[in-house]
Design a protein around this ligand. Structure first.
Ligand code: NAD
Length: 295
């Protein structure tokens, strides 16, 4: 039976690590937030280990962290995973980070003979809870094949994109660019509908079976906007981070994305207006609150 370490027990990491426990892996969890560690412990996970212990005990270590900075520190810091790991261990980052960071971690890991996969996920918190995530994995196919039971414990659609370490991340960034567009589209469309005296619930019933339908319309409306509850979910600041990485990818490949730039500015402004910690669907609220004409 494989022993697994899991660093970053947040909105995604906590349910993902719980599903590993349900698949009878022994799981050691770690988070800066002690409440998150306690929740994991209550689900049967082991806490209170140092990175050194984790690296000694585990065959595989997964991470689900909120930023490139956090991933860089956890992997490449002096007391980080790559420095402490011995060959034989497999490190898997499921966070969405800058593709360049995937490459830097792979290079450092290679020098130590440590296997590394960059495996971002899609499917949201609901997918993490239900074990139905999509994994888009870049890195060595031979390592990927060995890790399939681990991925299967957390996801339903497991893809090896190709051997290039950043290939999964680049795919995921295109996915999140689309999410950025859909979320902005749903926000403006619902704002217009509301101000045109349409019943949003009835409209959803009709558009959900029309070409205006999308998974993001369903998610953002049904789980957040309809209840006026914007607890994340996927926080707006994380989506803004990913749109920034997508624009970085475009710049690297000399691709002009005029609308995406406007989109990025809109999310950045929303973050500056204090909406960053809320679910991305809160863009609807920002747009309605700031553009409604006062009669
Ligand atoms: P989150 O902020 O809810 O969780 C991140 C966790 O990491 C927090 O509990 C935080 O305390 C912990 N953390 C931060 N730095 C740490 C460190 N140095 N050591 C240990 N723990 C540390 O974020 P999330 O929504 O769970 O997202 C995690 C990653 O997954 C992000 O990269 C995000 O882009 C990606 N993602 C999120 C979703 C989603 O719907 N939330 C979907 C797909 C992908």
């Amino acid at each position: 039976m494989k022993k697994i370490g899991f660093i970053g027990l947040g909105n995604m990491g906590l349910p993902m690590s719980r599903n590993l426990l349900l698949s009878h892996f022994t799981v050691y969890g770690m988070d800066l937030n002690k409440e998150a560690e306690m929740s994991f412990h209550q689900s049967g996970g082991t806490i209170g280990v140092s990175v050194e212990n984790m690296v000694e005990q585990c065959d595989v270590i997964l991470t689900s962290l909120p930023s490139s900075n956090a991933v860089e520190e956890v992997y490449l810091g002096e007391k980080g995973l790559v420095n402490l790991a011995d060959s034989g261990i497999v490190l898997i980052d499921t966070s969405t980070v800058a593709p360049e960071l995937n490459i830097r971690i792979e290079k450092a890991a290679e020098k130590k003979g440590v296997a590394f996969l960059a495996a971002p996920v899609s499917g949201g918190v609901i997918g993490a809870v239900n074990g139905t995530l999509t994994f888009m994995v870049g890195g060595a196919k031979s390592t990927f094949d060995k890790m399939i039971p681990v991925f299967n414990a957390m996801g339903e659609n497991i893809f090896h994109v190709n051997e290039k370490i950043d290939s999964g991340t680049n795919t995921k960034l295109i996915n999140n660019l689309l999410i950025g567009f859909y979320t902005a589209g749903v926000s403006e469309a619902l704002h217009l509908a509301k101000n045109s005296s349409l019943d949003l619930e009835k409209m959803f019933e009709m558009l959900n079976v029309s070409y205006g339908q999308s998974r993001i319309y369903e998610r953002n409306y049904k789980s957040f906007i309809a209840d006026d509850n914007y607890e994340p979910g996927f926080s707006l600041k994380l989506l803004r981070k990913d749109l920034g990485f997508a624009l970085g990818l475009a710049a690297k490949n000399n691709v002009e994305l005029p609308v995406s730039k406007i989109l990025f500015d809109l999310y950045e402004e929303a973050e500056m207006n204090g909406y960053g910690e809320k679910d991305m669907s809160v863009l609807y609220k920002k747009i309605s609150e700031q553009t409604t004409t006062i009669l």
